[in-house]
Design a protein around this ligand. Structure first.
Ligand code: SF4
Length: 299
């Protein structure tokens, strides 16, 4: 946001749907920072910021929005897993946001399953009651073999338990999965297990991104050594088969609007399942064999 008096510790990331949110860095980096495909926070050492500095950012931002006469409707607490910050500090940030921003301001965070499991139900309910209303989990896959291969740090059972805890506490869960993460070797179990785990969680939001082998990452080195990635057609088949295998108990808003995806599609599941599957089938038929997604220029 142009003119905002906040000095960020770059680089800063947020989910596509938080594009118009005020970004406040509660933590720096990612407490896991091990996932083999990810280069987002490799330049940063994980730390929790001093709460006085976070509060100063919130106050400066609030004064700025007061001056220009317009407040954002959402605040996103960065970086990679701000839910892992101490609960007392998160509560203090939420309370400052409540005090200085309009009443209905929604606060979101990135979270790992580890963060979700570490917090007690009582802590999660307090966070929810004080304005934390959505957590974004990079689940990536429901297949333990793929999660292990990519050093995700949590297994499928952890993802399910963590998400159920958040939902019970009144915090919506938005899940991100990665098409092609298990390559050709694990595509079958990646599809089957991801559909199963997603169905068990029934997240409020579900999005996909396409796995890219980013130079400098362990995943890239694995691909250079012969780990076979998926073609565009195979990626579309994965997406089709995962959606086909999902059976949600609650309404799920689904989209593939990440910059890494070549085919944006979305809708409400289960309601729009049939039309989404028909569209994906058509794209699969029209896509030639043997083409790969473009190499990442940035991620
Ligand atoms: S938990 Fe998320 S941010 Fe952290 S290393 Fe893994 S993918 Fe990257």
């Amino acid at each position: 946001m142009f003119g905002l008096p906040i000095k960020y510790h770059e680089p800063v990331f947020r989910p596509p749907s938080e594009g118009r949110s005020l970004l406040i860095q509660q933590t720096i980096g990612c407490s896991n920072n091990m996932c083999t495909y990810c280069n987002m926070y490799r330049s940063k050492e994980y730390m929790e910021r001093e709460e006085k500095d976070v509060l100063m950012d919130i106050e400066n931002a609030a004064n700025y929005f007061q001056r220009i006469g317009h407040f954002p409707s959402k605040v996103f607490l960065c970086d990679g897993d701000a839910l892992g910050a101490k609960t007392e500090n998160l509560l203090s940030s939420l309370s400052a946001i409540r005090e200085k921003f309009p009443e209905k301001t929604r606060v979101g965070v990135y979270a790992t399953a580890e963060n979700m499991l570490e917090k007690s139900m009582d802590e999660l309910v307090q966070l929810s009651d004080n304005g934390l209303k959505i957590a974004y989990l990079g689940m990536e896959s429901g297949c333990d073999k793929v999660l292990h291969l990519t050093v995700k740090g949590n297994n499928a059972r952890d993802m399910i338990e963590g998400c159920h805890k958040l939902k019970e506490a009144g915090i919506e869960v938005s899940i991100i999965c990665m098409l092609g993460l298990g390559g050709k070797k694990f595509t079958k179990s990646h599809v089957e297990e991801t559909a199963r785990v997603l169905s068990e969680i029934s997240p409020a939001y579900l999005s996909f991104l396409t796995t890219m082998a980013i130079e400098g990452t362990p995943y890239h080195r694995m691909v250079s050594r012969g780990f076979e990635m998926l073609t565009v057609k195979e990626l579309l088949i994965e997406l089709h088969d995962i959606i086909e295998g999902c059976d949600f108990k609650d309404k799920v808003l689904f989209r593939t609007n990440h910059v890494s995806n070549m085919y944006p599609i979305g809708g409400e599941l289960n309601r729009d399942k049939e039309i989404i599957m028909q569209t994906l089938k058509k794209w699969i038929q029209e896509t030639p064999e043997g083409t790969y997604p473009p190499k990442p220029s940035h991620m």
